[in-house]
Design a protein around this ligand. Structure first.
Ligand code: ZN
Length: 329
């Protein structure tokens, strides 16, 4: 759910303090929570007091000053306050579905993803997180070649704008990558600007991700780095299709994932995670060592197609924690 204008300000003011990046209402919301807690506690206390007084009078058969009316009023107030809490939580959770940020100084920035939702805690506690800083001095050359295979085929594709990214999805099965005899069907393609993984301390202008997932939830990510140079033919076609029409969904016609993957001969391999919440681990990463190019104009067009706050959408590198990075060639 994407909020703008008045609804966003309403949410900012009353429901959550995690949207400071968009809200500019920082001092208000942190004060609201203790205030509401205090109101709820006092309502509960007053209800108990009135009920006790009422009970004391009824046992003496004297007329009670704390009438049933007062008890009813307090109960209504109490239930209304509790109701408000439930509505607040429900709305906050609905908004949170997309509201993580790449702004490292924001309260919902990458360092806090693991605190935003219980389901996202792996972003904080995981020991095999992605992306990573790949340093050739600690990479091990694989002793034997791997029989990495691809069986991609063409199908109708759609372009979508989801969770800070432009995503390409196919309407039919388009094959996948076969690693150690297991096929990982391609699910979607998206990209990050700048790159997320780094080579020898270097970031690149764009990192394209081909996300593969099996029905048993095992995942394989194929990653390709791009720097500024000659235009890329696939991005050229894509930008022509987008042509300022980036809405909810855009028909791309027939797309063969082979044309996106290109040739991958030498690649890095490590075990990591997906790079957005919930940061699920158990992802086999294959990163093309060859850096491809796109033109400066193409990079600008791809960035222009999404909202300004999503144009930098790269998670910072995560600790390696003794993981081995292999180089296959
Ligand atoms: Zn990605």
């Amino acid at each position: 759910m994407k909020l703008n204008g008045l609804p966003l300000r309403f949410v900012c003011l009353f429901f959550n303090n995690r949207y400071q990046e968009n809200c500019n209402l920082n001092p208000v919301t942190p004060l609201l929570k203790p205030y509401l807690t205090m109101v709820l506690c006092r309502a509960l206390q007053r209800t108990i007091n009135i009920a006790r007084t009422s009970q004391a009078y009824s046992s003496t058969l004297l007329p009670s000053p704390a009438t049933d009316m007062a008890v009813s009023r307090q109960l209504i107030f109490l239930f209304a306050t509790i109701g408000f809490y439930f509505v607040r939580t429900a709305i906050a959770e609905a908004v949170e579905d997309v509201e993580f940020s790449y702004n490292t100084s924001a309260p919902n920035g990458p360092a806090h993803w693991g605190d935003l939702k219980e389901e996202w805690k792996t972003c904080k506690t995981g020991r095999m997180q992605s992306p990573i800083a790949i340093d050739d001095r600690m990479v091990h050359l694989s002793s034997e070649p791997e029989n990495l295979q691809w069986n991609y085929s063409a199908a109708d594709a759609l372009l979508k704008y989801l969770n800070h990214h432009i995503v390409i999805e196919w309407k039919d099965f388009v094959g996948g990558v076969i690693i150690h005899g297991l096929e990982y069907p391609l699910q979607q393609v998206h990209w990050h600007t700048p790159s997320e993984n780094t080579f020898n301390g270097q970031k690149f202008h764009l990192e394209l991700h081909m996300l593969h997932e099996r029905s048993d939830k095992k995942m394989a990510m194929v990653s390709i780095m791009f720097t500024i140079g000659q235009p890329d033919p696939f991005f050229a076609q894509l930008i022509q299709k987008i042509n300022g029409k980036m809405g909810e969904e855009l028909e791309l016609g027939v797309v063969n994932p082979k044309t996106i993957k290109g040739s991958i001969q030498t690649y890095y391999r490590y075990h990591g995670s997906i790079t957005i919440p919930p940061c699920t681990e158990g992802v086999i990463w294959t990163i093309n060592r060859k850096i491809r190019t796109l033109s400066r104009e193409q990079l600008k067009s791809l960035k222009d197609a999404i909202q300004p706050e999503h144009r930098i959408n790269a998670r910072p590198t995560q600790p390696l924690n003794n993981r081995e990075v292999l180089l296959y060639r």
